[in-house]
Structure formats: C-alpha cells, structure tokens
Design a protein around this ligand. Sequence first.
Ligand code: ADP
Ligand code: MG
Length: 408
Amino acid sequence: MTVEETQLRERLRNVEDPRLGSDIVSLGLVDDFRITAEGVAEITLAFNAPYSPDEMAMGDRIREVVSELGLETSLSVSLSWQEPDSPLPKVRNIVAVASGKGGVGKTTVATNLAVALADAGARVGLLDGDIYGPNVPQMIGVDAEPGLTEDGQLVPPEGYGVKMVSMAFLADEETDPAMLRGPMVDKLLTQLIEGVEWGTLDYLLVDLPPGTGDAQLTLMQTVPVTGAVVVTTPEDIALEDVRKGIRMFSEHDTPVLGIVENMSTFRCPGCGDHHELYGSGGGRAVADEYDLPLLGEIPMDPEIRTRNDADGPLAVLGDNAAAEPFEGLADAVTDRVGIKNRAGVAGIDPEDPDGSAAPISGSYLEAANGRSPQNGTETGPGDTDDDSSTDDGRDRPDGVSGGLDISE
Ligand code: ADP
Ligand code: MG
C-alpha cells in the first residue's frame, strides 16, 4: 500500500454508517481500494441496496473525504452478496410482500412499491404469487403475454419499468385456484421463481398469497428471501393475523423488514386533508410490539382504487402528492434491506448493532417525511466510468446506477 493509499484508508474511517454505529472501514464495508496513476481513488464497497438513501448518502460522503485528498472518486460494488447456490444468482434482493389476510391492500402496496423503485432507477421484478387472486397484471396495466426462450424460460413482460410474471399466466382450466392443493401451488410458484428469465435485478418483489400456508413456505425454501414486508390495516382483526405472519417468518429465519399500514387515514380528494376512519396507530402498535419499523402509512385514497382498476399504479405519477407515501416506502424498504445486508457483511446484529439496543425502529417515517423529493440522480454516488453495463437493455443515464450497481 502506498503512503497515499494508507492516507485514503484513514480518510475513509471518517465515513460513518448512519445505522450500524461505526465507520465503513471498521465494519468491513470497503472491499478494495487503490489510487490510479491518474489520481482516481477506485473504491469497491460491500453495498447491496441500490437506491437506498443511506447508501447513496454514504457514497456522497466518500466522495467528499476523497476530494479532500485532491483525488477523483470511482465507486463500485463487489459481488459478495451473491449466494452461489441461489436459483436466482443475478437477483440481488428478494423481498416478499405478505399479509395476514386478503383485502388489506397487499397487491396495491407491492405494485406501487415496485413502480416507485423502478421510477427511482432500480431494476425491479414483480412476481405475482397470489394463486387465489393473481391481479397484479391488471393493477400494473400489463396485458401482454410472457415470451418464451428457446429453453422454455418465461420472458416477463414489462410495465412502468417493472418486469412482471403472474400466476395468472400459468392458470388454465386445470389450475382453477379453487381446486389447487398444496403440492400444485408449490409447483406453480417454483416455476414462476426459477422458470423465468429475470435477468439482473436489484429487487424482486413477491406478492404472496395472504396467510401462512404452503406458498409462503415454498418461497422461503426455494430462494434466499432478503426479508418480508408485512402489510396491515389499522383494524384489530387484521392485526391478529399479522402477528401470525410475523411469527411464521421468524420461525423460518426470514427477517421481517417492517410493517406497512395501509388505509391508515382517508385522503379527501376534495380538500386534500387526511381523516382518520378506523382510528390510527394499529400498525405502529404491532411494529412496536415486535420491535420492527413502521415503513410506511398509506392513506386510503380513492385515486389508488381508480388507478388500480384502470390507469396504472398511482406511484407512476411521480411528483403527485398522492404518490409520495409510496416513494417514502421505497426509501424505507431499500434502507432496511441495506441495513440487513451491511450488518451481514459486518457480522453484527442489525437490530442491535453496537450491543446497546440502538433503536432502528421508528426513524423511517420521520426520515421519509422530512425528505424532499429526489430521484436518486443528485444524490447517487454513481459517477463512475462504466456504470451502464446492464444486461437488460434499459437506458440508464449516468449517475443513476443506484449508484453502485456497476461492476458486474
Ligand atoms: P390484497 O392484495 O391484500 O387482497 P388489494 O391490493 O387487492 O388487496 O386491495 C383490495 C382493494 O382495496 C382493491 O380494490 C384496491 O384497489 C383497494 N385499495 C387498496 N389500498 C387502497 C388505498 N390505500 N386506498 C384506496 N383503495 C385501496
Ligand atoms: Mg392481492
């Protein structure tokens, strides 16, 4: 290591991980670094949550400390996240969207979250695994059929930048959901996970059927699920089911990333004000009970429903106020994924990084609410030389690589 490189490493110790209570060097998040003859600090990070505001902020901070040495920065990420035996080795993160019972808005949340992530710039897939009500294609406004590769893999159609497959694609008279029993559900779900040409994805969201049955188990046994997002409404009955769901995930060592309370308040389309219909705080209560973060509170909004039925998800609206809760949710989910991944690299408990039960919970909504709208372009740390090397043919402007999904 040159003298300059030693200096660089010391500088990088000034970059704190905002959630894990230490700096990125001590946490082992700097995989590699060198300084080129041209004065560029090439730094490889063990980050794996593209578009996570935390990770983008750390990228910015790294550039700042590097520039104090009079150097340029080139950031990339390592592939240390890859699980060699995963059936989906090119999918960085698999996030299950679950609920205790049907009708709470699970599909609405999954669809809008997917679109919000894609809108931020991430490569996103959405697997509609709800055998009993596969309505993602309708909600996302895709009526194209999937294609087929020569070796029989499904090629997912795309809507609003989201690659999507659905149980509906596989259903026919013989697979009438009412007639399906466990083993058949398993087989279909496995086919949708493994039999699809997903390409490289930052996030694959899986809209699970409600409850705690075979499909959930199949998913957890087939692929490494990064974590689950549990959707609930403020009513008590739903919350009881939610508790069951949380217990199921923890029994199978699948982290629950947090709770989303849907239909929290009513957003009056006339006055724009929020009114409480069912009382509020149910999602918060269950989050506190399990020491989980409340990732988002989505108001009941007539526009969500009408758009579900017709014009595509609300989250495509971008700068519309009604879409904001989903942007906040995307930030909270990616941050949570990031915490979990980085804690894994550092070998620490993400819920208790410094052994003193530092509260991670609760900070998301406040953070999301206090944040001004952003699309990742300004804050993305991706000002690298070769960050357009995606294999999905999508156009990705410079610096919007999440900013770190480059060295593949
Ligand atoms: P699930 O997937 O849990 O069964 P859905 O996402 O299909 O639930 O939502 C059930 C119904 O409620 C749908 O008609 C949907 O359009 C509507 N809905 C869901 N969330 C909201 C919301 N926040 N505001 C208004 N309508 C909603
Ligand atoms: Mg649904």
